[in-house]
Design a protein around this ligand. Structure first.
Ligand SMILES: Nc1ncnc2c1ncn2[C@@H]1O[C@H](COP(=O)(O)OP(=O)(O)OP(=O)(O)O)[C@@H](O)[C@H]1O
Ligand SMILES: [Mg+2]
Length: 374
């Protein structure tokens, strides 16, 4: 039997969205499916508390945590979406910009599907509209021959359009959004009469994401920048939050892979600690670490934890000995020097923790030779 590998947020969390719409019936921005307060709770979760429906005290639901940390950021993002500027989420790779954009779109308009993936090959048509050439030749310029972009569809239905990796598009392509964001309409000069202009319906807005490691937002035109509120999405600040998130997401991925099992707690602890040390260039104890050029993102930590879990499910040996080589494969992506940096981390930090009696660290120190070149 086959099943979809990954469903969009509005499908996965359909019950939560329906519950939240009934839970808070207060005023909402025109065209929105949830109030801003309910949208924040959808994205960040309701904590340990279950929410109760106002008039049916027995009907309650706990909203699962999804995007972790930075609640203020989520609030500001939602306020931006209720206004007239677009939202641009920028940050290092793997900080959940795409995930946050999907959750926000699902919360605000009930669909995250109106998405354009920006690439070096993106053209204005991807952001505006194109034509079905068979129909165009048969019927001439006619509304039926028009192929709307996700942006145009979102304008028509008063929904959120998502533009992933906007800075990978050429700046002149990005600029197709300027008139959409400022005039809130798109003209289609080929179509005569009232079909020749589409007015954005209330609820329409744009969420774009941009990766700081790619071509910079600095190349974005000043005119377009001015039409976006920028929000920086940072890595998860708290150790415990990151550890729990990695555990939760790896468990979910293992379940999807048909191997429902938990990754050993001590291994998870060491994995997340190593990621955070290498990301920050400093350990919790305050020891300096030579930072690798690769981004040690939470998303990568989740994928290493998942791989370790799969390994334990299919080859039920001790998986700890595999941790050093998984770390090495994460680290060794951009700069060959990064392998030496990871060895340096072992010699300085792992050894020191091993000497201080950390059991897992002692075993990891014994595995130092698996970091030698393959
Ligand atoms: N603050 C966070 N809250 C929840 N999940 C997070 C967080 N930070 C990282 N993640 C993890 O990262 C994964 C999502 O990564 P996502 O693809 O959204 O990142 P991204 O910032 O868009 O990366 P890229 O720049 O490479 O496109 C999530 O599935 C989750 O496992
Ligand atoms: Mg992304």
């Amino acid at each position: 039997m086959h099943a979809a590998q990954l469903l969009p947020a509005e499908t996965v969390y359909a019950a939560e969205l329906a519950f939240l719409a009934a839970w808070d019936t207060g005023a909402r921005p025109p065209g929105w499916s949830l109030t801003p307060r309910a949208a924040v709770i959808f994205v960040t979760g309701s904590g340990d508390e279950a929410l109760h429906l106002p008039h049916k005290k027995r009907s309650s639901m706990r909203i699962t945590p999804k995007f972790v940390g930075q609640r203020n950021l989520v609030e500001r993002a939602i306020v931006t979406l209720a206004g007239e500027r677009g939202l641009l989420l920028v940050g290092e790779p793997g900080t959940a910009k795409s995930m946050l954009s999907e959750l926000l779109a699902a919360a605000v308009c009930g669909t995250s599907a109106l998405t354009v993936q920006g690439t070096a090959g993106s053209t204005e048509e991807h952001l505006r509209y194109g034509w079905n050439y068979a129909l165009l030749i048969a019927k001439g310029p006619h509304p039926e021959a028009l192929v709307p972009s996700p942006v145009l569809s979102a304008m028509r239905s008063g929904a959120i359009a998502r533009i992933e990796e906007i800075t990978r598009c050429l700046p002149e392509v990005q600029d197709a959004l300027i008139s959409v964001l400022s005039e809130r309409r798109l003209s289609i000069p080929e179509l005569p009469g009232p079909d020749g202009v589409v007015y954005a319906q209330s609820g329409f807005n744009v969420i774009a994401t941009a990766n700081l490691r790619d071509r910079g937002v600095s190349e974005m035109s000043a005119a377009l920048k001015r039409r976006f509120n920028f929000e920086l999405v940072e890595p998860i600040a708290e150790f415990l939050q990151e550890r729990q998130l990695v555990e939760r997401q790896a468990a979910a991925a293992l379940e999807r892979a048909g191997a429902p099992m938990a990754v050993d707690g001590a291994i998870l602890e060491a994995l997340v600690t190593a990621f955070r040390d290498l990301r920050a260039g400093r350990t919790a104890e305050g020891w300096a670490v030579d930072r690798p050029g690769t981004v040690m993102s939470t998303a990568e930590a989740v994928s290493v934890a998942t791989s370790l879990g799969l390994q334990a499910a299919y080859f039920p040996d001790d998986v700890l000995p595999l941790l050093p080589s998984y770390l090495l494969s994460v680290v060794r992506k951009d700069d060959p020097q990064d392998q030496a940096r990871l060895q340096g981390y072992w010699d300085a930090v792992v050894k020191r923790r091993a000497d201080e009696g950390g059991e897992v660290w002692g075993r990891l120190w014994d595995l130092r030779s698996s970091l030698e070149s393959e």
